[in-house]
Design a protein around this ligand. Structure first.
Ligand SMILES: C[S@@+](CC[C@H](N)C(=O)[O-])C[C@H]1O[C@@H](n2cnc3c(N)ncnc32)[C@H](O)[C@@H]1O
Length: 251
C-alpha cells in the first residue's frame, strides 16, 4: 500500500505512528527543552503543544505537572492523543490558522511539524498564532529540519521494523537539495507522501520578528536529543529555535 504523506494522510498513519517513532526519546528531549526554557526565564506551567500528533510530544510535560492544551489537523492523530491523555485539552485545528486558545507560558511545536508548511506565508501565520497564544514574556520552542536532513534522510531509502510493522521509507529528494527547497518522502505499506520544505535560518528569524517574537537561542539537535550551542546545517539534522514574546509587545 502506498499513499501521499501530507498532513491529511496522518489519519491513515495514526495507528502506526507510535511504532514508527518508538526510538525517539521524548523524555530526554523534554528535559533538554525545559532546561533551555528555564535558562530563558520560563515561569508557569501552562503549555500549548502545536501539531501534537498522538500526544508523545506533550506527555512528558503532562507528567511534570504542566496544564496541557494541544492541537493537530489530523482527527485520527488527535484521537490517539486524547485517549492517551484525558487530562489534556485537545483541539482540532490547522497551525497556520490558530485561534486564541489561551495565554500560555510555553508554546511548543516539535518533530519537524512546521516543515509541512510549504511557504513563508504559512510559516509566518503559524508564528503569529504562537504569538497570539503566548502571554507576555512567554516562550516558544520549535524544531525545523536542517538542510542535512533533506540531503540525507529525504534523499535515501530506509527500511525499519518496529512492533511487528515494517516501514519502508523512500526519500524522493536530492542529495544536492538547495536551501529553501521542497522535498518529499514516501512510506510504503500504508504509504503516504510527506511534502515539506526547508526554512533557512534568516527566513525563520525574519518571520519570527514579523510575528512579534524575538529569537533568544538557536541550537543544533544531536541524534541523542542533546543540544549543541553551535547549530550547523551541515552537521545537525534538526535545529531548535527558542523565541520569546517581548513584554508589552503586540501579539
Ligand atoms: C511528525 S508529526 C509530530 C507529532 C508530535 N509533535 C511529535 O513530536 O510526536 C507531525 C504532525 O504535524 C501535524 N500537522 C502537519 N501539518 C499541520 C498543520 N498545518 N496544522 C496542524 N497540524 C499539522 C500532523 O497531523 C502530525 O500529527
Amino acid at each position: 500500500m502506498t499513499a501521499d504523506l501530507n498532513p491529511s494522510a496522518y489519519d491513515a498513519f495514526a495507528q502506526f505512528y507510535d511504532a514508527f517513532t518508538a526510538a525517539s526519546d521524548y523524555e530526554r528531549w523534554t528535559e533538554q527543552v525545559l532546561a533551555l526554557a528555564a535558562r530563558h526565564g520560563l515561569a508557569g506551567r501552562t503549555l500549548l503543544d502545536l501539531a501534537c500528533g498522538t500526544g508523545n510530544s506533550f506527555m512528558p510535560f503532562l507528567s511534570r505537572g504542566f496544564e496541557v492544551t494541544a492541537c493537530d489537523a489530523s482527527p485520527a492523530m488527535l484521537a490517539e492523543a486524547a485517549s492517551k491523555a484525558p487530562g489534556a485539552e485537545v483541539v482540532l485545528c490547522d497551525i497556520s490558522e490558530l485561534p486564541v486558545l489561551g495565554s500560555f507560558d510555553l508554546v511548543t511545536c516539535f518533530d519537524d511539524s512546521l516543515n509541512y508548511l510549504l511557504d513563508d506565508e504559512e510559516l509566518g501565520a503559524a508564528f503569529e498564532g504562537m504569538a497570539r497564544n503566548l502571554r507576555a514574556g512567554g516562550l516558544a520552542a520549535f524544531d525545523l529540519n536542517s538542510l542535512l536532513a533533506y540531503r540525507t534522510t529525504f534523499a535515501a531509502d530506509r527500511v525499519s521494523e518496529s512492533d511487528g510493522t515494517v516501514f519502508a521509507w523512500r526519500g524522493l529528494g536530492s542529495a544536492a537539495a538547495e536551501p529553501g527547497s521542497a522535498a518529499e518522502a514516501r512510506i510504503e505499506i500504508f504509504a503516504t507522501t510527506h511534502r515539506q520544505r526547508h526554512f533557512p535560518r534568516e527566513r525563520v528569524l525574519a518571520l519570527l520578528a514579523g510575528a512579534g517574537l524575538e529569537c533568544v537561542a538557536v541550537h543544533g539537535v544531536l541524534a541523542d536529543a542533546s543540544l549543541d550551542e553551535r547549530p550547523d546545517e551541515s552537521r545537525h539534522l534538526k535545529v531548535l529555535y527558542t523565541a520569546t514574546r517581548a513584554e508589552g509587545g503586540d501579539a
